[in-house]
Design a protein around this ligand. Sequence first.
Ligand code: 9MJ
Length: 762
Amino acid sequence: MSAPPEVVERAAALRSELHHHNYRYYVLDDPEITDAAYDRLFRELQALEQRYPQLRTPDSPTQRVGAQPGERFAEARHRVPMLSLGNARDDGAVRDFDRRIRKDLDADVVTYVAEPKLDGLAISLLYEDGVLVRGATRGDGSIGEDVTAQVRTIGAVPLRLRGAGWPRLLEVRGEVYLPLAAFERLKQHMLASGHAPFKNPRNAAAGSLRQLDPAVTAARPLTMFCYGFGAVEGGDLGPTQSGALAALRDWGLRVSPESRVVTGADGCIDYHRSIGARRDGLDYEIDGVVFKVDDLQAQRALGFRARDPVWAIAYKYPAREEQTIVRSVEFQVGRTGAVTPVARLAPVDVAGVTVANATLHNIDEVHRKDVRAGDTVIVRRAGDVIPEVVAVVDALRPPDTEPVRLPAQCPVCGADVIRAEGEAVARCSGGLTCAAQRRSALKHFVSRRAMDIDGLGDKLIEQLVEQGMVRDPADLYALTVEDYAGLERMAQKSAQNLVQALARSRRTTLSRLIYALGIREVGEATAQALAAHFRDLKPLMTADLDTFIVDVPGIEGVGEKTATALLAWLQQHPDAGPGEQPLADWLAGLGIRGLRPPAAARIAERWPDLAALRRAQVADFLGGKRSRIEGVGPVVAAHIVSFFAQPHNRAVIDKLLDPGIGGITWPAPPAAEGVGADRPLAGKTVVITGTLSRPRDAVKAQLERLGAKVTGSVSTKTHYLLAGADAGAKRAKAASLGVKILDEEDLTALTQGAYAPDAGDV
Ligand code: 9MJ
């Protein structure tokens, strides 16, 4: 289908608008429109291209992540070799360099372009007729790797040059890098997910770009500064390096805003000092500055040595990595209870700053690097981030070192240190009572959405904690007006108001109290769901993991594809059914790919009723862990259980509820749904199955009087199955879901108060 002329025109206009906004955002760092407005234009172009695929030009902004992952990188030969740089280590070497240049050029003074030397990955971009046709790594300088698909995903790399006047063929050289902030985020993400993080931003940039799957590269916020050029055909860049950089900038390439024209060795040395003073504040890693003769004709006259241009030199800064000795490995407890290993080091100067401590991130990292007390290690310091131990120098390990172990108890408060399944971070479970966490626990406790205690600001909390007046939230209630009035900047009247506010907060709601306890990952919504489900604090405190999570077995022999195909077929045939045929046979005969008779039999066993099968979800076939309470998955459940398992947390709760101390109360749940001796099944869902000694309706009415909700089919939401004689499929399902099964005798015992169905769980 050929596209109408107005559509062709609109697509071209959208492409050019999107190129422009890309340039404003990635290159100038000065966007003109919001992300949402950009997305609208982007989607409009995508829609047009989908309708008329012939409009999809290679330089379209929609085509950045188009390519499929390759098997390996192809070779890319540079038209003009990519060079490295000679180094100067001190001012003297810079003066020697300038003296040689002046002599060779027979000049009194020489001007240079000075710019930061980025520590990233050198890349060459090839533009033909203004369109990006290839991206390549440096490789050995002559032949690199073809990373076109990967480079195209970098927002700062224009797919088409802007403006006019560019040479017909142009090789642009520059450095691809990962901004430090993005590197930190990536590192934290990798650490949290149990991966070995990249050692430094340069490795991260190289590792991100050299990904065979360009989609992985696209997910990393790489960017690029361009600083030079290789082949230039069918046009030229003017007479100077500085002019060439300005031209690159005009054509939409990103050039360092720090680049300057300086005069003579003094100008170079001043520039080195001024950038050096700002090195820690830059959002990228640099290992020096570079000086290049500004006059391009002079560059050509000076030429090259083996690999380096004669006309340029790098003036390095001190390395950000140094070697030192680990005196000990200790564990620090942060404000959120995270227990973090820290290396205490023999102090060492790292690029002008004395480093005596370095983070080891988490215990997995300690083991991965196998850092031990006595080891010689390499420490790294970059920008404002905390110094870290990069690696151990194995050859220098003394005999008799011991591997580091995660302490079982919090070094601050002695509470158990707990590491939730699948989490890299270990935490002190002291919560409310751990001194390291006390301030933040108290601030959370009094906050508006928790206990809503007015007049207890951060400063006051700090004082109370520092003076040892408050160790846990319950202590707040034990203090008198006089106690509070004795604090700094606390008037008698304010102290009275505070004590009144505390008194008011005593009458609260169950969900606020649960939220106020500050259980990890229990926010307001989860606290509300827990309050609604448990209706009291005690059952929540005694709940075990199975109360929150059920392990649903999958259907053997049925994978995601088959389950999806079966459910889709059922949806498309709402009136179909087995008739007289057994359900299993009927299912096996539907012709669903991959659905064999044994699997069909298992499905029929799990869902003997076709209507229930129609309501099933793909996940039900695959099995796994399911929550019984909204928002409480396995991780949150583990946090809740371990919180209440800690005796000190229970002690604080006892104090909070003690009428003589905290005296906290909340309105009892409405009588109709209340949990009490006469309503032992309040809030519980019960299913009846099998043959009972009485009519089913009578049993149902009795269950409802006991507070239960009676439903028809067993699911993960079911609490109990009341099973009579000959109970079949429902009983099997209940058993498979871990639902508790009661018989009529249990029911009789219940009505007489002689049996508590939950007792076994507690
Ligand atoms: C870096 N890495 O920032 C050069 N570089 O020039 C700058 N590298 C270079 N210039 C010639 N700014 C060869 C390498």
